[in-house]
Design a protein around this ligand. Structure first.
Ligand code: SF4
Length: 676
C-alpha cells in the first residue's frame, strides 16, 4: 500500500484522544508534537502500530453479494433495488441505519442525511449510544450543552487534584496520563487498574454503586461546610432540592452500600475542596449503567457544590472513548438529533436543516429507536427488515450479543460497509469494501471538543471506495444527489450546524490546519473558537447550571443464588472497541492474544480455579469461556472480562438507562465455573 514520499500530518485511527501523528515514507508512524493531547511525543502501542492497518492482508477489495465478489454497480443496484422494495412493501421505517462513533464528522453527517432524505426513515442510531450517551445526557441536563471536556486537556497539567470516576486512561489512552503527572489523583474504580495504581487515593466501590458514592461525597461536602456558597448562589439553581434529597445518604449508610470507608470519602472530598484547581472526570465505568445519567449527574452536583465548572483551572468533564465519540454525537446519526446538536423535534431546527437539505421540514422523520432498541427490533413484525451498518460491529460490541446476532439473522437484508470482514460483516447479504482512516480525509472532534483534520496519507487499494461514495451512489439510485468530497461535505455540515449548539460554521479545513484544531462552538470565520464554553455562563437560557436531585438504586441485575458474582467489562491497552481492527495487527495480538477472566485469589481458591484454567462464565443471557487470570487487583465478589473478543457481551445486560438509553454494560450477575 503506497504511502507518500513526504510525511503527512494526521491523527491516530483509534481513540478520542486523537493523538497527532505523521505518516512518512514506507508508512512509518511518528508522533507530532504540535497537537496538545500528545505534545509530549507519546503514542500508545495501538498508535505506533497503526500503519499496519494499511497493509493488512485481510483487506476487503471487492463488494461481496452473498459472499461472492461482484462489480460495484451490481452490488449498488442490488442494494438500491432491495431497499426500495422493502420500503414499498413495509414503509420507510422498515429500513434502518446504524453508524459508529469512529466515523468522521463528514460521514456521520452524511449518514444522518442519507437516512432522513434518501431513505425517509426515522430508524437511525449509532454505537456511541453505548459509550458516551449517559454523560452527554447529564451534561445537557446540568449545563444545557454536552461538550465532553469543556476545557483543553492541557488545563489538567496545572491541576492540584483530579478525580476520575470509572475511567482507566492509563490503559485505554496512555498519553493522557502525561497530563496527570502534576495533580494528586483520586480514582474511583472497583478494580485496582493501571490508573488506580497511579492514584494518591483509590476508592474501590462495589460495582453499580458509584451513584451512592457520589451522593455520599456530596453529603459530606455539605455537612463539612465545604460547599462554595457564593458560587452556588451566583451560577446555579436547584441546590436546596439537592441538599434535601441527600438526607438519606449519610456517610455510614454509603459505606455500607458501596464498601468505601467513610474516612476515604472524607479524604477525597477534602482534597477536592482544599485546592483552587480541581477537576472531576467521569468515564465509562460510571456511565455504562441503567442509572448512568443519574450517576454522572451526582458527580456533576458534587462538582457544582464545590464551585468547579465554568471557572478556568477547574471543572467537570467526560473522558470520551471512541475516536470521534464527540463529533459523532453532534451531526445527526443519533435517533433524536439533527446536525449541530439540534433536536429533531424542534420545529426551528427542522426548518433550518430542511433548508440546507432542500426538502420541506415536514419530510424530515421524527425521532427513532435508540441503538439497542433498534437492534432488538430488527426482523420483528413491527421492526426494520433491512439494516445498513457503517463503522460498527454489534455482534461483538452490543449487550446480549447472541440475541443481537439472532435479530440480525432475522433481517431480509443486511448491508455492511467495512474494510475488513468483521464478525457482523460476515453475516451480511452485501459488504461494501471501503477506505479507512489514512486513505481519506475528514474531520474528527476529540475529547476536548477540538475539531481536527485527518489528512489522506496513503493510496487506497484498487477496488475500494469511501463510505461517502457508497452513500452518494445509493442516494443517486434513490433519486438524490449527495456530495462525495469530504471538504465539500464539511462545508455543507458547517451550514447545517450554523446557529445550533455545536456550531461549526466558522471552522474550515484551512483553519484547522493552521491552528492545530478549532474548538466548537465557532459561529463565524472570525470567531476564535471556544476552548472553555462555560466561563461566563452556562448554556441554559438563564445562564445558570442546574443541580438535579437523583437517588441511588441497585443495579438492574444484582447477584443471587444462581448467579452469585458481579461481572464488569472493559478494555485492555492493546485493543480498541470490538477488536475488528486491532485483532488483525500482529504486535497487538502478541501483546494481548485472547480474552481472559480476571478473578481474586480467594474466589479462585473457593471455585478451585488456577491461573490459566479455562473457565465458563454464565449469565441469564449466555455464556463465555476464557482463561483465568488471578489477581488481587479485583474485588472478591467481582470478575472482569475485556470486551474486545466474542464472549463478554454475550453476558452483559441490555437494561437501559431511562434517559440516555445506555445499556448496563458495567454490571450484571454471573456464575463462574472451571470448564471440565
Ligand atoms: S489509541 Fe488513543 S492514546 Fe493510543 S495513540 Fe491512538 S489516539 Fe493516542
Amino acid at each position: 500500500m503506497p504511502g507518500s514520499d513526504v510525511a503527512t500530518k494526521t491523527h491516530c485511527p483509534y481513540c478520542a484522544l486523537q493523538c497527532g501523528m505523521e505518516i512518512g515514507p514506507g508508512l512509518a508512524i511518528s508522533p507530532r508534537t504540535d497537537i496538545p493531547a500528545n505534545a509530549s511525543g507519546a503514542l500508545c502501542q495501538k498508535g505506533w502500530t497503526a500503519g499496519e492497518l494499511l497493509t493488512n492482508g485481510e483487506r476487503l477489495t471487492a463488494p461481496l453479494l452473498h459472499g461472492e465478489p461482484v462489480d460495484w454497480d451490481v452490488a449498488l443496484d442490488y442494494v438500491a433495488y432491495r431497499l426500495s422494495a422493502i420500503r414499498a412493501e413495509h414503509g420507510p421505517d422498515a429500513v434502518a441505519v446504524f453508524g459508529g462513533g469512529g466515523l468522521t464528522n463528514e460521514k456521520a453527517y452524511t449518514l444522518g442525511k442519507f437516512a432522513r432524505v434518501a431513505l425517509g426513515t426515522s430508524q437511525i442510531d449509532y454505537n456511541g449510544r453505548f459509550c458516551m450517551s449517559s454523560a452527554a445526557a447529564a451534561s445537557i441536563r446540568a449545563f444545557g450543552l454536552d461538550r465532553g471536556m469543556p476545557f483543553p486537556i492541557t488545563d489538567l497539567d496545572d491541576a492540584d487534584v483530579v478525580m476520575i470516576a470509572g475511567g482507566n486512561v492509563a490503559e485505554t489512552m496512555p498519553p493522557f496520563v502525561r497530563h496527570l503527572d502534576g495533580p494528586r489523583l483520586i480514582v474511583i474504580d472497583p478494580r485496582r487498574t493501571q490508573t488506580a495504581k497511579l492514584a494518591w487515593l483509590h476508592l474501590q466501590p462495589t460495582p453499580g454503586t458509584d451513584l451512592a458514592l457520589a451522593l455520599g461525597l456530596l453529603h459530606l461536602a455539605i455537612a463539612d461546610g465545604l460547599a462554595d456558597e457564593e458560587y452556588v448562589a451566583a451560577r446555579t439553581t436547584g441546590f436546596d432540592e439537592v441538599r434535601t434529597s441527600l438526607s438519606a445518604w449519610w456517610p455510614e449508610r454509603v459505606e455500607r452500600v458501596t464498601g468505601v470507608p467513610v474516612h476515604h470519602m472524607r479524604q477525597a472530598v477534602r482534597a477536592l475542596a482544599a485546592v483552587d484547581k480541581a477537576y472531576i472526570l467521569t468515564g465509562r465505568g460510571a456511565e455504562q449503567h441503567a442509572k448512568g445519567t443519574d450517576t454522572v449527574t451526582a458527580f456533576i452536583n458534587l462538582a457544582l457544590a464545590l464551585g468547579l465548572p465554568g471557572r478556568q483551572g477547574s471543572g467537570y468533564g467526560c473522558v470520551t472513548g471512541q475516536g470521534n465519540g464527540q463529533g459523532g454525537r453532534e451531526h445527526g446519526q443519533k435517533a433524536d438529533q439533527l446536525p449541530g446538536y439540534r433536536k429533531i423535534d424542534d420545529p426551528a431546527a427542522r426548518e433550518h436543516v430542511a433548508r440546507v437539505w432542500g426538502i420541506p421540514a415536514e419530510d424530515i422523520p421524527g425521532p427513532g429507536r435508540s441503538a439497542y432498541e433498534l437492534l432488538d427490533a430488527l426482523g420483528t413484525p413491527e421492526g426494520p427488515k433491512a439494516l445498513m451498518l457503517f463503522g460498527s460491529n454489534p455482534v461483538i460490541s452490543a449487550p446480549a450479543a447472541e440475541h443481537v446476532a439472532e435479530r440480525i439473522g432475522a433481517l431480509d437484508l443486511l448491508v455492511v460497509c467495512d474494510f475488513v470482514m468483521s464478525e457482523t460483516a460476515a453475516l451480511a447479504d452485501v459488504v461494501f469494501p471501503v477506505t479507512q482512516w489514512a486513505e481519506e480525509s475528514g474531520t474528527m472532534t476529540n475529547l476536548e471538543g477540538r475539531v481536527l483534520l485527518r489528512r489522506r496519507a496513503a493510496t487506497p487499494p484498487e477496488g475500494v471506495r469511501s463510505d461517502l461514495d457508497v452513500l452518494a451512489a445509493l442516494a443517486r439510485r434513490l433519486g438524490h444527489t449527495f456530495e462525495t468530497e469530504p471538504a465539500r461535505v464539511f462545508d455543507e455540515l458547517r451550514r447545517a450546524s450554523a446557529g445550533g449548539p455545536a456550531d461549526y460554521s466558522g471552522i474550515t479545513y484551512e483553519r484547522i490546519a493552521g491552528e492545530t484544531g478549532v474548538f466548537w462552538p465557532c459561529p463565524s470565520p472570525e470567531h476564535p473558537g471556544t476552548p472553555r464554553p462555560f466561563l461566563d455562563r452556562f448554556a441554559h437560557p438563564d445562564g445558570r447550571a442546574r443541580f438535579v436531585p437523583v437517588q441511588h438504586r441497585p443495579a438492574a441485575e444484582e447477584p443471587d443464588e444462581d448467579y452469585p458474582l458481579y461481572l464488569s467489562t472493559g478494555r485492555v491497552l492493546a485493543h480498541y472497541q470490538s477488536g475488528a481492527q486491532t485483532r488483525r495487527i500482529a504486535p497487538l495480538v502478541q501483546a494481548a492474544p485472547e480474552p481472559y477472566v480476571e478473578l481474586h485469589p480467594d474466589l479462585a481458591e473457593q471455585l478451585d480455579i488456577s491461573a490459566g484454567d479455562v473457565v465458563r462464565v454464565s449469565s441469564r443471557r449466555g455464556e463465555a469461556k476464557a482463561a483465568a487470570r488471578i489477581s488481587d487487583a479485583i474485588r472478591r465478589d467481582t470478575v472482569f472480562m475485556p470486551f474486545h473478543w466474542e464472549g463478554a457481551n454475550r453476558l452483559t445486560n441490555p437494561a437501559l438507562d431511562p434517559t440516555s438509553r445506555m445499556p448496563e454494560f458495567k454490571v450484571c450477575a454471573v456464575r463462574v465455573e472451571r470448564d471440565s
